[in-house]
Design a binder for this molecule. Structure first.
Ligand SMILES: Nc1ncnc2c1ncn2[C@@H]1O[C@H](COP(=O)(O)OP(=O)(O)OP(=O)(O)O)[C@@H](O)[C@H]1O
Length: 240
């Protein structure tokens, strides 16, 4: 069996004195798509923040591409190939679409091949043609769906091998949700990017991901295959 792209073993983290994650074991296979689900406040966002290095591990370890990255900070992890699309998107409102995309290139600093100088890769506009049409528009005036496409495009500008997404369908109208799902499928299939997605919308999670993990009170309490179980069998662990 090939080694997983990402592993967490016995991982824990705290906000000050308050522990939020306990004993997290997670392996994300290269090329896979894993959905992280659970009620509000169970620690899903904190787990993503721990993976990107914005939250320090207080116990356990993390490997990425076979290397122990537990001690690396967020910039080093981004350069190693971990891309992040935060909840709420965090678009820079006063920067244009192009400038927002260019901020994503910073993850390429120090990588060989002049990728940073080459600018925003064309495949981002193939995935999201709308971004090319609104390239000079300020981020703050975009619709929620456009901002979500921009946030995903910005993360892809750093050429990640792992993409973390925190509730990409939140506040997005259904027709655009479908476009985002299609784009994520292509990001997996055509770009070979592995995906870990936090998603409350179970139908979307089931349609897109191969496997799921349920979180409860800072722990992963159940893991399984979205192809062998239905969303309905798991929904009672997630719905309020
Ligand atoms: N910056 C912070 N400082 C202190 N506590 C925090 C902070 N951020 C989150 N928490 C707490 O950590 C716990 C986990 O929050 P987290 O946002 O990771 O959950 P979540 O599952 O992503 O929830 P949601 O679906 O609402 O985003 C909650 O009890 C939350 O109140």
């Amino acid at each position: 069996m090939t080694e997983p792209l990402l592993t967490l073993t016995g991982a824990a983290t705290s906000y000050g004195q308050s522990q939020v994650l306990w004993d997290i074991d997670l392996a994300v296979p290269a090329g896979g798509a894993v959905a992280l689900i659970g009620r509000n406040g169970v620690g899903k966002t904190t787990l993503l923040k721990t993976i990107i290095g914005a939250q320090r591990l207080t116990a356990g370890r993390m490997t990425f591409l076979g290397r122990d990255v537990s001690a690396l900070g967020p910039h080093q992890r981004a350069r190693a190939g971990i891309g992040y699309v935060p909840q709420g998107r965090h678009i820079f409102p006063h920067l244009t679409v192009r400038e927002n995309l260019e901020t994503g290139l910073s993850a390429l600093a120090g990588r060989s091949g002049g990728a940073m100088k080459a600018g925003v890769p064309d495949h981002i506009f193939d995935l999201f043609p709308k971004l090319a049409q609104i390239i000079n528009r300020k981020g703050g005036v975009l619709s929620g769906g456009e901002q979500q496409q921009l946030a995903i495009g910005r993360a892809l500008a750093g050429q990640p091998s792992l993409l973390l997404l925190d509730e990409p369908t939140e506040g997005i109208q259904p027709s655009v949700v479908q476009q985002i799902e299609d784009a994520l499928r292509r990001i997996r299939a055509d770009l070979g990017v592995t995906v870990l997605i936090v998603e409350q919308y179970l139908d979307f999670a089931w349609s897109f991901a191969d496997s799921y993990r349920v979180m409860q009170r800072g722990r992963i309490i159940r893991a399984g295959s979205t192809r062998e179980e239905t969303a309905a069998e798991v929904a009672h662990l997630v719905n309020i």
